[in-house]
Design a protein around this ligand. Sequence first.
Ligand SMILES: NC(=O)c1ccc[n+]([C@@H]2O[C@H](COP(=O)([O-])OP(=O)(O)OC[C@H]3O[C@@H](n4cnc5c(N)ncnc54)[C@H](OP(=O)(O)O)[C@@H]3O)[C@@H](O)[C@H]2O)c1
Length: 282
Amino acid sequence: MRRDLRGRVVLVTGASRGIGRRAAERLAKLGATLALTARSADDLNKVVGELKGLGARADSFPGDLTRPEDRERIVAQTVERFGQLDVLINCAGVCSFGEFSTSSEEVVRKVLEVNFFAPAEMIRVAAPHLTRSFETSHDGWRPVIVNVASICGRWGIPSMSEHCASKHAFVGLTESLRAEFQRFGIDVLLVLPGLVRSDDLNRHLLRNEGKIHLDFEGAQPSDEVADSVVRSLLKNRAEAAVGFASWWVWFGKRFFPRGVRFFMQRKVWKYARRHREREGSA
Ligand SMILES: NC(=O)c1ccc[n+]([C@@H]2O[C@H](COP(=O)([O-])OP(=O)(O)OC[C@H]3O[C@@H](n4cnc5c(N)ncnc54)[C@H](OP(=O)(O)O)[C@@H]3O)[C@@H](O)[C@H]2O)c1
């Protein structure tokens, strides 16, 4: 199967920067019509300007996806402006890096709110429009939801407990809906990036207090993840682990789970040893 996106209306969340922005650029080149959302209206408008420069139809509908009224409005404005909704890409997200014991209820609730409840409810709001897209198509077109989760949704990474919890919930929801939505003709796809280089790490991380070593600077470029999002859409790939680290964890979990567990524990032991040494020399 190869999905034709020409003239199809794609709503991308988290489109002001990072993976969402890069995915929107690629989809514009494929002839899709883009509805972009995130909180920062100025950043979104810049992206819309660029997409229009590429000859695409595009508009921005800023909003905070944790607010029910914003979710309803964003979907309604998309349909009002472009007449239909054919694809939803759930890309907005935040991360928290640090130990669970020194975090707070506020942080875990915030991460779950953005990474799980917001996309879950976006799907609920968008589903009737996606169903209509299937019912009114005469060329075998299948509408689609792409959920950009994380390899953290397949394996718990130390010092990312809140993020992992939110992404596990999101992966579970994706798998349930993949079966459930078949009767509406909607495909539900999952993309699992590993560590990705951020445009703005301070905005991406709600909290940056982790002590284990994670190479945020040397991580995978968001362009590669955006390529994978588009490939998943075009080829209707049910699940894609993106990048070597993500693929390694995905593969290792299936075939060498004790090896992956050991690797994760070793990261914490290393940090704990450094900590002890520092205390000893003080
Ligand atoms: N970066 C990584 O290492 C990594 C790894 C695996 C998976 N992922 C996942 O990939 C997705 C994209 O990540 P990224 O690296 O591109 O992150 P990013 O550069 O920080 O972009 C996140 C996007 O989400 C939007 N957003 C955040 N909170 C929002 C809210 N309450 N309402 C509406 N929009 C909101 C941001 O825009 P505003 O700030 O303007 O609202 C921004 O456009 C996320 O779901 C993330 O969990 C990332």
